[in-house]
Design a protein around this ligand. Sequence first.
Ligand SMILES: [Zn+2]
Ligand SMILES: [Zn+2]
Length: 176
Amino acid sequence: MSLARDLSAPHRPPQPRNHLAPFSKPKSDSLSQSGPHRPEIESTQEKIRSVGLRATPARLATLLLLQQSDSPLTHADVAESLSANGIDKATVFRNLNDLADADLLRRTELGDHVWRFEVTDGHDGNEANHPHFVCIDCGSVTCLNDLQLTAGSRRQSEGVGEVTEILLRGHCNDCR
Ligand SMILES: [Zn+2]
Ligand SMILES: [Zn+2]
């Protein structure tokens, strides 16, 4: 009987995996008490200190958020995520720039005059200077970690000048 089967089935809705969950929890005044695992917090603190910056809670929260993000985030994205931690926009702005100046973050400008920030070193084979795909319909940005210029393309582009950004534009799968 289908009724019997329904009753015996465990009642457990699928749990979506939300990488940003630790940061959207309100009333968390200390990142060390909840959110990312302790080893990640400690290694991130170490990373911030290794470039001569103080590992303030706001700076730590900013870098942890970007380490967990699959795509570059704007100042507004970061400020919105961290507002639940009581971190104001001006602090986020200053920390993003400090971390970028120290080469822990990379700034990218993808043709819409908005700076986006992403970590410079490896989440999952994140190439240092990977190209990005921007959807011209919804504005979503995707890191293309495996896409690289061929040796010939690189030679040719170096003959033109210093390439600072490789950008592909089009319609993402959701907008096509
Ligand atoms: Zn799109
Ligand atoms: Zn990227």
